[in-house]
Design a protein around this ligand. Structure first.
Ligand code: UD1
Length: 419
């Protein structure tokens, strides 16, 4: 197993190119199951989760190749299998995204229940209730959801208690070929969903309500493959913005979409960072001390839960008190114990963390526990005095394309070593 070693305390200077969004690429790859043909996807990041998704697609009968660095060519002529096994789903919950397209194309999908994960229980009941509303019969047996429909799925009205990102995507993919219209109320509005809607529309789907919480999908008879581009990763963008905030310096992020991070920008400016937004770039400068802010994670356009851990690290470096409410997942403070090993003063009380900033962190050996928690430890290592060693870095490989290369490129002293 590899570890990451960081010698902290060096400001970052230069340029970082942002990769395509993991959370967009995953549903877009799943959507290629909807119709036979050759699909072309640009700006696909090089990540472990993408490789897991492609492995799953292969088991369903799909073939693929990477053309140039970031273009994926997928052929889905021969989709014959309908089962996503526990071995794959347990390593990546987003595997459940094949349920909707398989049910739509083959009338059958058998997908292992993902179970809990490091950040909470994370059920898929919204997905299942949605498929039932579209006429599917669902059975739970031996840890698998077995969904079938005789004939075609039928349109229906679905209301989510909480706006769920992957449930919205799964129902969208199931509904595009259903008979009649489907309405999703309280749909999630994350930019990754708009990216999927754009792809489905290019394939011939009829969807109204892009970027709104009510989506209407008019089922069509058939779809055609298309060429699509994955949007830049807003969570990777936010992570590097915080990294510059923590370590200090002057960095320009390129190939990103500043418009996708409204709440993050507001918070970072209140922290005292200078941000200059271009159309597809953003310059971040930290020259003075950091100010404390309070944060509540919310569905988009609110503050993303996927940036909560990173922002918490930044708050440990202020000289004030900040209160961080985690409203999306019940167990997303795994990074707290590790940050405490680096000298942070944080108290957790249910879904709330109270951070007492002391202006500095000290390097220490720490352990990555989940994807975004790992990113918060890298940021802590960049800001800390001395050496930080982060073990179990396979979590970072799931979601950060060339993290060590990108940070080394802006002057960080960071390397990967065998443990
Ligand atoms: C997606 C993102 C993940 C991000 C999360 C919240 C992908 C591949 N992953 O995950 O990075 O952290 O959105 O922005 O896009 N819920 C239920 N029942 C369900 C589904 C969800 O109760 O059937 C609850 C969840 O437990 C959670 C909330 O709804 O409390 C939102 O979760 P959801 O948006 O579904 O997260 P994911 O789509 O799994």
């Amino acid at each position: 197993m590899d570890k990451i070693v960081i010698e902290g305390g060096r400001p970052l200077e230069g340029e970082i190119r942002i990769s395509g969004a993991k959370n967009s690429a995953l549903p877009i790859i799943a959507a290629t199951l909807l119709c036979p043909g050759t699909h072309i996807i640009h700006n696909v990041p090089e990540l472990r989760d993408i490789r897991t998704m492609l492995k799953l697609m292969e088991t369903l009968g799909v073939s693929w190749e990477r053309r140039e660095a970031n273009t994926l060519v997928i052929n889905s002529d021969a989709v014959t299998e309908f089962e996503a096994s526990y071995d794959l789903v347990k390593t990546m919950r987003a595997s459940v995204l094949v349920l909707g397209p398989l049910l739509s194309r083959l009338g059958r999908a058998r997908v292992s229940l993902p179970g809990g994960c490091a950040i909470g229980a994370r059920p898929i009941d919204f997905h299942m209730q949605g498929f039932q509303k579209l006429g599917a019969q669902l059975e739970l047996e031996q840890g698998y959801v077995d969904a079938r429909v005789s004939g075609k799925l039928r349109g229906g009205t679905i209301y989510f208690d909480i706006p769920s990102v992957t449930a919205t995507e799964n129902i969208l993919m199931a509904a595009v070929l259903a008979e009649g219209a489907t309405i999703i109320k309280n749909a999630a509005r994350e930019p990754e969903i708009a990216n999927l809607i754009d792809m489905l529309t290019r394939m011939g789907a009829k969807i109204e309500g892009r970027n709104r919480d009510k989506l209407t999908i008019h089922g069509v008879k058939s779809l055609e493959p298309c060429e699509t581009v994955v949007i830049p990763d807003r969570i990777e963008t936010g992570t590097y913005l915080v990294a510059v905030g923590a370590a200090g310096g002057d960095v320009t992020l390129t190939n990103c979409r500043p418009a996708h991070l409204p709440s993050m920008f507001e918070k970072l400016r209140n922290c005292g960072l200078f941000l200059e937004e271009g159309k597809d770039s953003i310059r971040v400068i930290r020259s003075g001390p950091l100010k404390n802010v309070d944060v509540k994670t919310m569905p988009y356009p609110g503050f993303p839960t996927d940036l909560q851990a990173q922002l918490m690290t930044l708050m440990t470096l202020t000289d004030g008190l900040s209160v961080i409410h985690e409203n999306i997942f019940e167990n997303r403070f795994m990074h707290v114990a590790e940050l405490k090993r680096m000298g942070a003063d944080i108290m957790v009380d249910g879904g709330r963390a109270i951070v007492k900033g002391h202006g500095k962190l000290n390097g220490a050996p720490v352990m990555a526990t989940d994807l975004r928690a790992s990113a918060s430890l890298v940021i802590a290592g960049l800001a800390a005095m001395g050496t930080t060693e982060i073990s179990r870095v396979y979590h970072l490989d799931r979601g950060y394309d060339d993290l060590v290369g990108k940070l080394s490129g802006v002057g960080a002293k960071i390397r990967r070593e065998k443990e």
